[in-house]
Design a binder for this molecule. Structure first.
Ligand code: A3P
Length: 296
C-alpha cells in the first residue's frame, strides 16, 4: 500500500464554464457571497503571472518598507487567497480573510465575471497583473508538475493545447487578460504587466504606490525594489512558499521561485510549436489590442 502522505490531485469542475479545483466548485456559493469592505484591495492574476511578487510589493508599501513586519507570516496568511479551499485542518481563504480587520489585501485568480459583485459595488481597488502568454504557460507547466493539488500537466505538447483551449485551472488565459483589460478604466483597475515590472521595477512600484494613495520617500522605495527582487524573494522563507508542505508543493521537482525571467519560453517552444501558438494567438486576441511583450 502507498503511504498516506501522497496527496490526491484534485479534479477540475466547471463553475459557470470556468474549470476550478473541485473543492472551490463545491464551496462556490460562499465565495460568490463574500462581501468585502470598501477599504479592501484585490490583487488579481491568471495563475503564474506574478501574483506573489505583487503581493510582496503591496505588503511592503503598506508597511513602509519594513522587512521585519513583512516577515510576520507567510504570503498566504498576509494576503489570503479568496477562493482557495484545502482539506481540513488547513483554513480556507475565506476563513483567513474573516479573521482579519479591513483594510485587507486579498488575492484571487478568478476571471472578472466570477469576482464577487461586492468588490465592484464597494468600489474596491483592484490591481491586475498580466504576463505574456508563452512565459505564463511555461511557468504554469512547471507549477503543475510540482503542485500536487492540481491535475497532472501531462506531456509538454499536450499542455500547450490545454492552455490554448482554456482547459487549465482558472480557465482561459485569453479570456482572463481580456476581461480585466476591457473593464480597467470603468472599474478603476490598475492593469500591470510582468514584463514592465522586470524592465523597471522601481517605475512600476511607484505606480502601485500612487494607486494606493501612498507617498513614500525615495530611500524606502529603493529598499522595496531590493526586497522584492527575485533573488531576495527566493531566499525569503515567508515569500518563497517553502512554508507549504512538500506533499503539496514538491519544490524538489520545480522551485516556486523558478526563474523569474522574461523570455524563458524560448527554451521550451520548438519553432513549430511557437508558430502554431502564434497563429492561434492572433485569432484569439483579434478583438483586442493588449501590448504584451514576449521579450524585453
Ligand atoms: P517562473 O516560473 O517563470 O520563474 P505567481 O506568484 O503568480 O504564482 O507567479 C510565479 C512566477 O513569478 C514564477 O515565474 C516566479 O519565479 C515569478 N516570480 C516570483 N517572484 C518574483 C520576483 N520577485 N521577480 C520576478 N519574478 C518573480
Amino acid at each position: 500500500k502507498k503511504a498516506a502522505n501522497v496527496l490526491q490531485r484534485f479534479p477540475l469542475v466547471e463553475v459557470r464554464g470556468i474549470p476550478l479545483m473541485n473543492l472551490i466548485a463545491e464551496n462556490w456559493s460562499s465565495v460568490w457571497d463574500f462581501c468585502p469592505d470598501p477599504s479592501d484591495l484585490l490583487i488579481s492574476t491568471y495563475p503564474k503571472a506574478g501574483t506573489t511578487w505583487t503581493q510582496e510589493i503591496v505588503d511592503l508599501l503598506l508597511n513602509n518598507g519594513d522587512a521585519e513586519i513583512c516577515r510576520r507570516a507567510p504570503t498566504s496568511e498576509r494576503i489570503p487567497f479568496l477562493e482557495i479551499f484545502s482539506p481540513p485542518p488547513i483554513p480556507s481563504g475565506l476563513e483567513l480573510i474573516k479573521k482579519m480587520k479591513p483594510p485587507r489585501f486579498i488575492k484571487t485568480h478568478l476571471p472578472i465575471q466570477l469576482v464577487p459583485e461586492g468588490f465592484w459595488e464597494k468600489k474596491c481597488k483592484v490591481i491586475y497583473v498580466a504576463r505574456n502568454a508563452k512565459d505564463n504557460l511555461v511557468s504554469y507547466y512547471h507549477f503543475d508538475r510540482m503542485n500536487q493539488t492540481q491535475p497532472e500537466p501531462g506531456p509538454w505538447e499536450e499542455y500547450i493545447q490545454k492552455f490554448i483551449k482554456g482547459k487549465l485551472a482558472w480557465g482561459s488565459w485569453y479570456d482572463h487578460v481580456k476581461g480585466y483589460w476591457r473593464e480597467r478604466e470603468k472599474r478603476n483597475i490598475l492593469y500591470l504587466f510582468y514584463e514592465d515590472m522586470k524592465e523597471d521595477p522601481r517605475r512600476e512600484i511607484v505606480r502601485i504606490m500612487q494607486y494606493l494613495d501612498l507617498s513614500l520617500p525615495d530611500d524606502i522605495i529603493d529598499k522595496i525594489v531590493e526586497l522584492t527582487s527575485f533573488n531576495v524573494m527566493k531566499d525569503n522563507p515567508m515569500a518563497n512558499y517553502t512554508f507549504i508542505p512538500k506533499i503539496v508543493f514538491d519544490q524538489s521537482i520545480s522551485a516556486f521561485m523558478r526563474k523569474g525571467e522574461v523570455g524563458d519560453w524560448t527554451n521550451y517552444f520548438t519553432p513549430a510549436q511557437s508558430q502554431m501558438f502564434d497563429e492561434d494567438y492572433t485569432r484569439q486576441m483579434a478583438d483586442v489590442d493588449i501590448p504584451f511583450r514576449t521579450s524585453i
